[in-house]
Every structure is written in C-alpha cells, then in structure tokens.
Design a protein around this ligand. Structure first.
Ligand SMILES: [Zn+2]
Length: 472
C-alpha cells in the first residue's frame, strides 16, 4: 500500500496596474513587445524600482492565511539562461520571503476540514513568453516583469482530490481579497505539482517529480493521478530507481500522460545572491496595519452561514467557494428567500440548468429569490417550480408572469379544494365506507383522486388537511 505525497507551488499574478520593477502596464493580450522598457528588457544600467502595491497585496495575503508577514524581506537574483529571461536572471526572493508559515483549510463533503501548511509566499517577476512557430521561435516580453506571488505548500496533500480542494480554496482567497484575477486560462493562476509516493507508514520523503504549468483543475487532477500511477507501477515492477528520478515533467492534456522535460535543478545551481540593485524591503508599521485589514474570507463566511442561516457545513463551503456565489446567495436572502430552500434552488436546480457559475446565469438573485418565495408560500408546487425555472432560464420574464403564463398556480383556496373533495367522496361511497371501516391506506387513493381532478394544481398539503377534516 502506498501513500501519495503532494506539495504545490502556485504562481499568482498580482493585479497591479504596472509591473513589479518598472512602470510598464501589465495588461493582457496586447500586441507583442508593446509593454516594455529598458528595465524589463534588461538593458545595461537600467535600475529596478519596487512596486509598492505588490507589497501591500502580499501583506493582505499573508494575513488571510494566518502567516507571518516579514517586515523585512530580501530580493535575490536567481540565475539561469532562457530566451524569455532578458537579464539572464530572475528577481525573486530566497532566504527571506515576504510571507512564511501560513495555513489553508480544505473542506470535504462530510463537512470535515484539513489544515494544509503554507511554507512560504514570495514575490518575484514573471518571465516573458516564447512563441513557437514553424521553423523558428519568437520572444514576447510583455509579460516579463509582471508581479507574481509564488505560494508554496508543505508536502501535506495526500491525493489529487486534496490537491484540487487546496487549489480551489487558494483561488477563492485570492478572489475574495481581490489581489489577483486568478484567471487560469490567461495564466494568472498557474500550478506546479511536486509528486512522490512512499510505502504507507514510511516517514521518509522519496524522489519527487515536478509537473509544470498546469492550468485547469481538471488537468491538475489527471496529471497527478497519472504520475502517481506511473510511480507505483515502477515500484511494483522493481524499476523505481531507474524510472523515477528528480526531474520536471510536462502533462499533455490530449494524451493524459506526463513526459520528461528536463532534469530538475537543485537550488544551488541557480546561484542565488541578494540583488545589489535592490535594498531589503522594509514594511512600515502603518502599512502593515492598514493592509492587514481584510474582508470576510471563505472560512469565516462559511461559519457565519452555518450559524446565522442554519445550513449544513458542506453547503456553506460550496456557497462560499467563490465570492460571486456567496454574494448571489446573500442577495437571495436579502430578497426574502428562505435560507435552506435557497441552497437547493441555487446549487442543485439553477446549477443543473446553467453552466459556468452564477456569473453566467440568465436568472439573477432577485428573480430566483422570488421563485423560492412562491414555492414557500404555496403559490406553486416544487415540481412546478422546476418548470418555471426552466422557463426563466430561456425567457426574460418575472416569476409571477411565468407562473401565470404556464398556468401553474396551485389551488390553495379551501372552498375550491373542498368542492373537489366532496365530488370525489360522492362518487366513491363504497371506498369511503371501506376507509371508515379501517382500511386506512385508502387515504392515499383519495388524495390521488383530488389531485387528478385538479389536474395536479391543488396544493397537496391543503388537500391532505381538508380531506382529514372531511373523512377523519
Ligand atoms: Zn518595463
């Protein structure tokens, strides 16, 4: 039996207007090499100046994950050669990062929580991009110098499910804090996974393989699962030493397999040393206290939803998994919708009909709230509610107009229902006698007949209540 050991390194692009050491814009999708200057081109004599906003956002992040924010941190040069790195080194942090010793809680479906340690988060500049074409490659340096926060977890994740849960929580924290847009397609939230296995019970860490640049939760899960399986098979076939070496591998999303890209360098090979062009970063007390004031985060919001609205832990963790979803739910309640019913109508019914979260929903929170209110007050049945919701997804119309148009209004009026009940009783005298003689399960028959006579529109709770009053 094997245990999986996973540690994650996530590169989050901070949403500053300008790059980390110069005033070039960080906008995405511009014409190649438009947003460059002598600093981010690495021209001789150009000097970097640190972007204060990158530091402020790091303080908020460190506070959010209960970490130590170092009031003094140091920028180092990480030396390596690659065409998209114009200076021949990357400015990063090494011995003294800005954030250390944090934690992120991940949630499981049974409502339990696991704490994952965050070793460190350091500031660094992004590299440019190599664009490969037929027979040659181009270099685009628009991205060179974009501020990144690299967030490194402890190797405490034990499955691809845990890895994905950790990433989703981290993603949510970034969005709640609004320190980055965390857009995975555009590369502003990128993940490298360090994966190894060991016999269960073994404390030692075995050779880890790094899988680079995973940019969707689905691919991360698949890449880890593939890699774990590869390592277990190598172990069982007695070729672990030969097949599993310290290296960087790439995941191919078309074939679903990882392949070797290059041997992984040890940090010594990067010849880190403090950047002589940059002073140590000293954060003043006032800046520390100002940027450690942060908004309500997913974990706190989750606890509040549980205690204030009485919903289940896991439902609360789903609802708080994105800042937009949490707001949508709260807007529903502000519009008078029942807290528990809203969970189902939002997470099961609406999400069953709409892809891409509430951001893409054609039905807004106020409209869904009014649907939930009409179900709660008995105007329509839950079953009719599903039909109404389907209609609302396709049509811009109010809930009441949709109910009217679809003819789904429930009959809750006592007089109308009693009239139907009396007709059913009158036309089934033998059944009534049997029921009164003790055949109690016939009650269901009467309910069914009344519902049928109303063409399904009678309020079932009312039918039950009034039937009892008539036949006991
Ligand atoms: Zn620049």
């Amino acid at each position: 039996m094997f245990e999986t050991v996973i540690g994650l390194e996530v590169h989050v692009q901070l949403n500053t207007d300008t790059k980390i050491f110069c005033s070039c814009p960080t906008s995405f999708g511009d014409e190649e090499n438009k947003n460059v200057c002598p600093v981010c081109l690495g021209l001789p004599g150009a000097l970097p100046v640190l972007n204060e906003n990158a530091v402020k956002k790091s303080i908020s992040f460190g506070t959010a994950i209960n970490a130590t924010v170092n009031q003094k941190s140091v920028f180092n040069r990480k030396n390596y050669f690659y065409p998209d790195l114009p200076k021949g080194y990357q400015i990063s942090q090494f011995e003294v990062p800005i954030v250390e010793n944090g934690e992120i809680n991940i949630d499981f479906e049974d409502g339990s929580v696991k704490r994952i340690g965050v070793t460190r988060a350091h500031l660094e500049e992004d590299a440019g991009k190599n664009v490969h074409e037929e027979g040659h490659s181009n270099v685009d340096l628009n991205r060179a110098g974009t501020p990144l926060l690299e967030i490194v977890s402890e190797p405490e994740l034990r499955s691809s499910d845990e890895a994905v849960a950790y990433l989703k929580k981290l993603h949510a924290i970034i969005r709640y804090l609004n320190i980055g847009d965390a857009n995975m397609q555009e590369g502003s939230f990128r993940c490298d996974a360090n994966v190894s296995i060991r016999p269960k019970g073994d404390e030692k860490l075995y050779t880890r393989v790094e899988i680079k640049n995973l940019n969707s939760f689905k691919f991360i899960q698949k890449a880890i699962d593939y890699e774990v399986q590869r390592q277990i098979e190598a172990w069982e076939d007695g070729v672990y030493e030969q097949e599993v070496v310290q290296e960087t591998r790439l995941f191919n999303s078309d074939t679903g397999i990882t392949r070797s890209m290059r041997g992984k360098e040890d940090s010594a090979e990067y010849r880190y040393f403090p950047d002589p062009d940059l002073l140590p970063v000293i954060i003043p007390d006032e800046m520390m206290s100002e940027y450690s004031k942060i908004p309500e985060l997913p974990d706190e919001k989750k606890e509040r939803f549980v205690s204030e609205f009485g919903i289940k832990e896991y439902d609360a963790s789903v609802l708080t998994s994105s800042v937009e979803l949490a707001k949508y739910y709260e807007d529903m309640l502000d519009n008078g919708a029942d807290a528990k019913l809203s969970v189902t109508w939002l997470t099961t019914e609406l999400f069953g009909r709409v892809d891409g979260g509430v951001e893409n929903s054609p039905v807004d929170a106020k409209t869904l709230a009014s649907l939930v209110c009409r179900i709660k007050d008995g105007t329509i049945s839950g079953k009719a509610g599903k039909e109404v919701l389907g209609y609302l997804v396709d049509n811009q119309i109010s809930v009441d107009d949709a109910i009217e148009k679809l003819g789904l209004k429930q009959i809750s009026d006592d007089g109308a229902i009693l009239k139907l009940i009396d007709e059913i009783i009158a036309s089934n005298p033998d059944k009534v006698a049997e029921y009164k003689g003790g055949k109690e399960k016939l009650f269901g028959f009467f309910v069914g007949q009344v519902m049928k006579a109303s063409k399904g529109s009678a309020n079932p709770a009312k039918v039950n209540e009034l039937l009892k009053s008539r036949i006991g």
